[in-house]
Ligand binder design. Structure first.
Ligand SMILES: [Mg+2]
Length: 283
């Protein structure tokens, strides 16, 4: 899909190649025929975005679907949450989990903690303390220490207070950014602080894929909804099926989109059908 439009008298062409997943089901089905390695983000992908991170509970029907999907496909959950946090929320055994944007990965035969993540731990602890103290009087600011990374959530912060929050945040993290120890990325109403190394969801999914799918016979599928997922979309662009959760097609490295968490559910149902209705014709 290629579209162009006028903006303030200057012609700007937006080139959007993203396709609605279910419009291209035939090609997706063909790509997945050899089998799939399913790699899924958690927040905004398996659960709707909520006001506070602890409210993002997996619905019983999504949990059941994931369980059934995991019986037919190799499954990994790749989250910005802590490893134990995402393991507890999903609660399925025998699947792969990557926490802290892939700095910690665990699953059958796999245990990885990036050494850089351990090294920045004392710095991160101090930083979180300082952020908590200085952001304490901004209502709704949530500082989350996740072990290898940290988050400052501001979804509940009043709009008029955001500027103040950002200034304090920048002032606190600046020394560690300048010295090259940490870096900051942004997600949906959240600042993420992480070790300043070349490691992200993209590197993590390639690593996981090389370990659990060394011969590359499974087609990697990645589904995510946020900026940090773009690294995974880029990494898997050529070899995989990449799906953004977004109400509208937008500029993204993903090839396909579904509109919301319900779209993700429909995709899972179709995946299960591919495996359970072989020989009875495809839907
Ligand atoms: Mg997400």
């Amino acid at each position: 899909m290629v579209g162009g439009f006028h903006l303030r008298g200057r012609e700007i062409y937006l080139v959007i190649r993203m396709e609605y997943l279910f419009d291209r089901w035939g090609e997706v089905e063909r790509a997945l025929a050899p089998g799939a390695l399913l790699l899924l983000d958690y927040d905004g992908t398996l659960t709707p975005i909520v006001e506070r991170p602890e409210l993002a509970i997996l619905s019983p029907d999504m949990k059941e679907l994931l369980k059934r999907v995991s019986q037919h496909y190799t499954l990994g959950i790749i989250s910005g949450r802590s490893l134990t946090g995402v393991q507890e929320l999903v609660g399925l055994e025998g699947i792969y989990y990557a926490g802290n944007h892939g700095f910690e990965i665990s699953g059958p035969g796999v245990d990885l903690i990036k050494s850089e993540a351990e090294r920045v731990r004392p710095t991160l602890v101090k930083l979180c303390e300082e952020l908590r103290a200085k952001l304490g009087n901004i209502k709704g600011a949530i500082v989350e220490d996740k072990g290898s990374t940290a988050s400052v959530h501001y979804r509940l912060v009043a709009e008029g207070e955001f500027e103040r929050l950002r200034n304090i945040f920048e002032e606190v993290v600046e020394p560690q950014i300048k010295s090259g120890v940490l870096r900051v990325t942004r997600g949906k109403k959240v600042f993420e602080i992480r070790p300043n190394v070349e490691w992200d969801k993209g590197k993590a999914v390639l690593w996981l894929s090389s370990v659990v799918n060394p011969k590359g016979e499974l087609t990697p599928v990645y589904i995510g909804d946020d900026r940090t997922d773009e690294d995974a979309f880029s990494a898997l662009k050529e070899m995989g099926v990449t799906i953004l959760v977004s109400e509208e097609p937008v500029e993204s490295n993903a090839k396909y989109f579904v509109k919301n968490v319900d779209g993700v559910k429909i995709f899972f149902e179709k995946l299960i059908n591919l495996r359970t209705q072989i020989g009875t014709g495809s839907r």
